[in-house]
Design a protein around this ligand. Structure first.
Ligand SMILES: [Zn+2]
Length: 238
């Protein structure tokens, strides 16, 4: 079957692989091919999943290309919301409180005359907005996954955390880092599932990882994303 691709890929033959698998890497898609599968079939598989592959690739690239910290929240800059750069508009308004609206771009309004405090006000308004947004997303993720193994958190809190993405307390309170709003959606899902699985296993044992995999078989791509981009994201709003 003739197949043409605009997306970069490479084929890796693996004796240990049991299934055809796609792995998104910043340089392109890696097609992992087990011994019994022909390259033609592998390419057809990639073709079948090209929407997924293109999306993953652009998510990964939009972050790795901009791994330097963002010093200022200013009009005309961008924010990596859900891993994609979206425009940021900052303006003064007549209201007394800072406000954030999102409609495909971020509009941050700060009280008129507060330009000296603009960074602090814009950041704290953005934090409040992202906090509510992540809570809603995380609750939907929990609803999708909790019933399966009866893993129910007591509550979900979103915080500023300087070195972790999430945690699960002894009473099953899940804490999430607000910066997860600026990672791809699959990374947020992975972190929520990771903490959810700590309700059952309070460690990172093989049993724990197996439980994570039962919820999210491809989770290693998300772990890898955090390993590569996490440090830069943690510094982004410093
Ligand atoms: Zn953990």
């Amino acid at each position: 079957m003739p197949v043409s691709f605009s997306l970069p890929y490479r084929i890796r033959h693996s004796k240990r692989a049991k299934h055809l698998r796609l792995v998104a890497r910043p340089e392109g898609i890696e097609l992992v091919v087990p011994p019994a599968i022909s390259e033609d079939r592998a390419l057809a598989f990639l073709h079948q999943h090209r929407d997924w592959a293109e999306r993953k690739l652009s998510e990964m690239r939009s972050m790795t290309a901009r791994s330097q910290p963002l010093q200022r929240l200013e009009n005309g800059s961008t924010l990596p919301f859900q891993g994609r750069e979206v425009p940021l508009l900052v303006r003064e308004h007549a209201g007394r409180r800072p406000q954030v609206q999102y409609d495909g771009r971020f509009l941050v309004s700060v009280p008129a005359g507060s330009s000296g405090n603009l960074q602090r006000l814009a950041l704290s308004a953005l934090f409040d907005w992202a906090k509510a947004w992540i809570r809603e997303q995380a609750e939907a993720i929990v609803q999708r996954h909790a019933n399966r193994f009866r893993l129910y958190p007591r509550q979900i809190r979103v915080k500023r955390m300087s070195s972790r993405w999430g945690s699960c307390g002894p009473r099953n309170d899940i804490n999430l880092n607000w910066l997860l709003a600026f990672a791809p959606p699959s990374v947020l899902e992975y972190v929520v599932i990771h903490e959810l699985c700590h309700i059952r296993h309070r460690n990172h044992s093989a049993d724990f990882w197996q439980l994570v995999a039962q919820h999210l078989p491809g989770y290693s791509a998300e772990r890898q994303w955090l390993r590569r981009n996490g440090a830069a994201l943690l510094r982004r709003f410093e």
